[in-house]
Design a protein around this ligand. Structure first.
Ligand code: IMP
Length: 501
């Protein structure tokens, strides 16, 4: 007969935290949210990889491309670029993040000296930019020969067939700076010379990018930006258990800082094979695995060499795995069970394996509960999909702005590697996710600031100034369904425009 677990599985909303004594040491401004995300020998070894806020974005087409990865790393977290795409395009996204320099824009309006005024006007209309770089071959990184801005031509007086070389500001008359110039130095040059943009060139005078006067304020250095030792943003990448022998070397070469196997069910021989291969061939590259929901699954992946382990089956907002296959577990119970096993593993081996709670975060306080229950960091899809920086379309539906958000198990994503159970030879025979909209919420930074403020405030109320301290001190209580009703505004007539966000 099947084994029946003694306790029912629960979700985050069924728990609340009980406050502890708050002292002057526990104010929100003193809370440190940085956390290691890869296996290390706690107490005797420094962790290899830390993030500055405990949030990572999901390995999904509708969430994590290079734009999201740049925005999130600039705010202290990390994105895992989706693997359900050709290896080369995933690598290109990784390279884009590694090459990113705050405030340095790759020129996307470029012409050659033989183009004409008509070409300039057409390009301006199409791209909406006033600055055109003139390079020897018309590419963004060709040898810089001049610039054209709206001060260089008068449409009413000039023949549209006039060549760019006749009216551009030639290289000899340009103010420019060398590659490696910091954003602050570039801004000083812009002010000193009263110019609006500064081209940055390499030692061969090839164009690297442009710094614009207007961008400085929005790009000033951010103290919790997540940077590597060469001051480049950190980025993660998803991999799968099929093409890892080609995908992993390409991603590592492109500069990926951490990898994660993307799978709906991590308790499998294929994950073990993948982990062993990565560890053997790229021992320096941290690699996470998952998803699992219990002690056995955790132990299996820990022994196979996973650097972090992702917890969660069936709790994702777009996920229908539980309905389709009848597998999964309430997210809170899964995190509690796995963190108990992680402690045992640590006591036995001295090796601490961070765990990542993946999916099912609906309200900001669920983030804090996940941490209290032992998660070191959380992976989110729906949360990030709502922001300007997610790769999907913003649309107006029934009078409300929304963004598209689809599951990796939906027909639209065609990510059969994630749902591969080894037998079908790469066909998806049924869907495990839906295609949906989420309410548009604005910029990542604005929303993240609010979520992080709530986490810090709750941690302060629980007398903790770091995630580790919080996990040790947190006291949780299961709430009845009537206490949940009591927790919202009740028995008042709420004004429509006065709902807390
Ligand atoms: P969310 O933050 O609740 O939206 O959940 C995001 C998580 O759902 C991802 O990180 C994946 O683990 C999982 N996921 C993504 N796509 C699918 C799907 O199509 N079916 C089931 N789970 C999915």
């Amino acid at each position: 007969m099947a084994k029946i677990f003694d306790e029912e599985s629960r979700t985050f909303s069924e728990y609340l935290l009980i406050p502890n004594l708050t002292t002057a040491e526990n104010t929100p401004d003193k809370v440190d949210l940085s956390i290691p995300i890869c296996r290390y020998r706690k107490g005797t070894e420094e962790p290899k990889l830390k993030i500055n806020i405990p949030l990572v974005s999901a390995i999904m087409q509708s969430v994590s491309d290079s734009g999201m990865a740049i925005a999130l790393a600039r705010s202290g977290g990390i994105s895992f670029i989706f693997q359900s795409q050709p290896i080369e395009s995933q690598c290109e996204m990784v390279r884009k993040v590694k090459k990113y320099k705050a405030g340095l824009v790759t020129s996307d309006s470029n012409l050659t000296p033989d183009n004409t005024l008509a070409d300039v006007l057409e390009l301006r209309e199409r791209m909406g930019h006033r600055t055109v770089a003139v390079t020897h071959d018309g590419t963004p990184n060709g040898k810089l020969l001049g610039l054209v801005t709206s001060r260089d031509y008068r449409v009413s007086r000039m023949d549209p067939s006039t060549k760019v070389s006749d009216f551009m500001t030639p290289f000899e008359h340009l103010v420019y700076a060398a590659e490696g110039t910091t954003l602050k130095e570039a801004n000083d040059i812009i002010w000193e010379h009263k110019i609006n943009q500064l081209p940055i060139v390499d030692t061969d005078n090839c164009l690297v990018g442009l710094v614009f006067r207007k961008d400085y304020e929005s790009h000033k250095e951010n103290p919790i930006e997540l940077l590597d030792d060469q001051k480049r943003l950190l980025v993660g990448a998803g991999i799968n258990t099929r093409d890892y022998m080609e995908r992993v070397p390409a991603l590592v070469h492109a500069g990926a800082d951490v990898l994660c196997i993307d799978s709906s069910d991590g308790f499998s021989q294929w994950q073990e094979d993948t982990l062993r291969w990565v560890k053997q061939n790229f021992p320096e590259v941290p690699v996470g695995a998952g998803n699992i929901v219990d002690a056995e699954g955790f132990r299996f992946l820990a022994e196979a060499g996973a650097d972090f382990i992702k917890v969660g089956i069936g709790g994702g907002s777009i996920c229908i795995t539980r309905e389709q296959k009848g597998i999964g577990c309430g997210q809170a119970s899964a995190v509690l069970a796995v963190s108990a096993e992680r402690k045992k593993y640590f006591d036995e081996t001295g090796s601490y394996i961070p765990i990542c709670s993946d999916g099912g975060i609906v309200l900001d306080y669920h983030l804090t509960l996940a941490l209290a229950m032992g998660a070191d960091f959380m992976m989110l899809g729906r949360y990030f999909a709502r922001f300007d920086e997610s790769p999907t379309r913003k649309m107006l539906v029934a009078g409300n702005y929304v963004k598209e958000y689809w599951g990796e198990g939906s027909n639209r994503a065609r990510n059969w590697q994630r749902y591969d159970d080894g037998g079908t030879g790469g066909k998806m025979s049924f869907e495990e996710g839906v295609d949906s909209y989420v309410p548009y919420a604005g910029t990542l930074k604005d929303n993240l600031d609010t979520s992080l403020a709530k986490i810090k405030s709750t941690m302060s109320s629980c007398g903790a100034s770091s995630i580790e301290e919080f996990q040790q001190k947190a006291r949780l209580v299961v709430v009845s369904s009537t206490s949940i009703v009591e927790g919202g505004a009740h028995d008042v007539i709420q004004k429509d425009n006065d709902r807390p966000r």
